[in-house]
Design a protein around this ligand. Sequence first.
Ligand code: PDD
Length: 278
Amino acid sequence: MWVFLNGRILREDKARISPLDRGFTFADGVYEVIPSYNNKRFLFEEHLTRLKKSLNKLFIPCPQVLDELNSILSELHKKNGFKNQFFYIQITRGVQDIRSHEAESEILPTVFITSQNLDLNPYRNNPDKKGLSVRLEEDIRWARCDIKTTGLTGNILSSHDPSKSKVDEIIFHKNGIINEGSKSNVFILIENSILTPSLDQNILPGITRDFIIEKLRGTDLEVLETEVSLDQFRSAEEIWLTSSTKEIQPVQYLDDFELPRRNSQDYLWLEVLNYFNH
Ligand code: PDD
């Protein structure tokens, strides 16, 4: 695999990062995941804007190389060769000689990018495929989930707990209100309205979430950015998960409960999936 590290494209096994990089010692960095179809980045500017916002919120200077990001990604796409890919872009505060909570002001951010094969959303060709299974859990994450930091212990902890069953996604809630998934945003369809938690809550402002809301606003369907209670979530007609790698995918199993099945052509999520025409 070809990767980009601090200004150079090189083979992954030749890429070297110091163990004193603050990304390693403090998870002191941010990231983005950008999908690319036929070497065309989907919602690139939106991802770049969010990346810059994440850096800004962590007081990490914006590396100049981001001015050329699109062409770097294009180059990586060609070198790695997969038709559809997703890019992982990680920027840390940089390498510090001595481990110390306070960073020295002169250190330079580390910029690391990989690209991997992106499987097409399996629901595109097979809408009857079994929906995803999810588990509800109390949200134990920190209070700045609006920043896309690499520190994701709170997101991944429960999926490594051997006492818990394997599910496709964990859905976090706090004080009886749904926030988001561990790696996706959520929407529900209930009584002819589409509801999604608002950005005032402790969630990531998902690029896919935004894209779907924009598209839905151009239709006669009602979409509300509002609180979603656990009760509403449990009685939803449809639950959708959205992310840059998932696009939109339906939930079928919620804890031990199966959502009522309908004819696949009656599902609203399938209509929304048509908005993604790569
Ligand atoms: N995850 N919420 C969380 C906690 C996420 O990690 C993600 C994305 C989303 C959806 O955001 P977007 O539509 O911008 O991809 C919401 C990425 C894909 C990941 O961590 O791999």
